[in-house]
Design a protein around this ligand. Sequence first.
Ligand SMILES: [Zn+2]
Length: 714
Amino acid sequence: MSEKKDIKRYTVTSALPYANGPKHIGHLAGAYIPADVYVRFLRLLQKNVVFVCGSDEHGTAIPNQALKEGTTSQAIIDKYHAMIRECFQKLGISFDIYHRTSEKIHHETSQEFFLNLYNKGLLTETTSEQYFDVQANVFLADRYIIGTCPRCGNPNAYGDQCERCGSTLSPSELINPRSTLSGNAPVLKATKHWYLPLQDYEPWLREWILNSHKDDWKTNVYGQCKSWIDTGLQPRAMTRDLDWGIKVPLPNAEGKVLYVWFDAPIGYISATRALFKEMSEGKKEYSTPQSDFGKVNEDDWKKYWEDEGTKLVHFVGKDNIVFHCIIFPAMLKAAGHYIFPDNVPANEFMNLEGEKMSTSRGWSIEMHDYIAAFPDKPDILRYALLTNLPETKDSEFTWRDFQSKNNNELVAIFGNFVNRALVLTQKYFDNKVPVRGALRDIDKKVIADVRDFPTKIATAIEGYRFREATALMMDLARTGNKYLAETEPWKLVKPSRNASASEETDIGRVGTILNIALQISANLAVLSEPFLPFSSVKLKDMLSLSDLKWNDTGSVDLLPGGHALGAAHLLFEKIEDPIIEAQIRKLMDTKKESSSPRVSEIKPLKPEITIDDFSKLDIRIGKIVAAEKMEKSNKLLKLTINSGLDTRTILSGIAHHYTAEEMVGKQVTFIANLAPRKMMGMESQGMILSAEDHDGKLKLLAPLGDVEPGSAVN
Ligand SMILES: [Zn+2]
């Protein structure tokens, strides 16, 4: 059932950025620029649309970031909310509201939502044992528990995932789990939570996604949903033990908050609610003229979330697909009176110069850094990202490509075309639009081409193919540029030294050509608005163009003959090599810096122990007599050790740092009385000690001089 319903209005959302740090251009390409193009296009079609977003300000990572920066959670969200909002604004992302999940109206909306499900008996209350850090006095989120991976022996696997072998884990699977907060071993403690039984919604999800949206959802989105549903859905806790977040609105729920992934998507609803409240109070105007209402009422937000005539579209990155396609829709279904997303056109990831973008590793271009380096060039970034969107598979941003998109397309095609049309008109027609005379075939051909562009671009945008839409917009400029190159109006007015009859200047013909070129420019000014909003405004000014809409375009009668034009300026400027080289150098330097040791990476001191505790450890020096690589593991070496007491086998995760050959004959320090452990089907009888350097390389510990195997370390 993917047929188009009678659409009365649109609700468009972009994923709420998590306010624990700056956001990079990969985020921008994933969920913000495509959404903005879509919304600006709808507004040009004079559709009734609200575009909502805001900061996601809950979850465990916020207090954790506060700890890291030595400040409060409130200070963290205030800082990053302001920073991210300002970046979006400077890059032209035209939200109707950029809200915050810390706002009162959001807390109320989320609690109402929760209570509605609770009162209907749709949440199950379950007590389970979860890891608790006694010293820090908190239950530990999966990310805050590390331990040895049962699959590959990585000693620093997280409670939800091992980053070395990629296995999905649960904290109970970790060997020797410890808290990242205190370094202590956590204890299991009973705790009560409220679960949404996702499995109950599986038949409905199958019907709604797998049958109804087989043809209109992107294959990457559909495929991920199918794999989730086919794997089998499990009950999911909608609450957490934490003191930062939205309080669970029940009397017996001290110390419990709503799960951040429960309240964050409700943020779209509360943002819409806040928008209509502000509009009803006259604090904000409707961004589209076609509202349903004469006077805006506070409750009108409901139409955008409850009325079947509303088309709801969520723009997200691929890491958010499951939340927007499975969990949030199941919540909406449970609530009972909401509409469901018509589409979730999620993008894949954008890499940077060949590697995955990551703020923490310093391998990214943060939005605020781009704005600082290129303050007057938001459209260049929009264009470079749009022409390279990871729509069907991961894509890549490079500074060289950015430069080339600017110099070879925006400057050489779009800018060059518009500039020639304007400058020649200024020169020969007193800056007034010349009248069009008799048309030749080449003119008729270009006029026919122009007529098709609005529909072609619209079809691409409506199908969420923004790369194609952007390329088509540039094709219109290319069409104009080619037309001028072929008709060469500048040659027709050039008085030749010995003018013969055939070389006569023909000012009338020049007028016709420039009239057509200016009409194409006017079409470009309107049709480029979703992609290049800042340049579109400049171009409209140069053309003294009135407020035209999408449906006015495709015509070559946008500018009447005699219409006075504004002053011509260059729309785009060439970006020279040194500017780009400086950016590349900066990226390399940041990466180098971030891989050097930082105080925050030094693990906190473990709790004090007694000499008796220490004496329990039997640490000895041994000599490696044989070493080989474990067959099915690229991390483990199988070491045969003369321990002085016996010859034993120890498996050690050092294969990335030492070869089997170089290990033979080495003295090592090892724990001799550690209970044997099985790894990869083989028993390991002890643990070799090593230290990690700032590049993450393991260095073995050994005595400075030769000692006998079996010597105890005291
Ligand atoms: Zn692993």
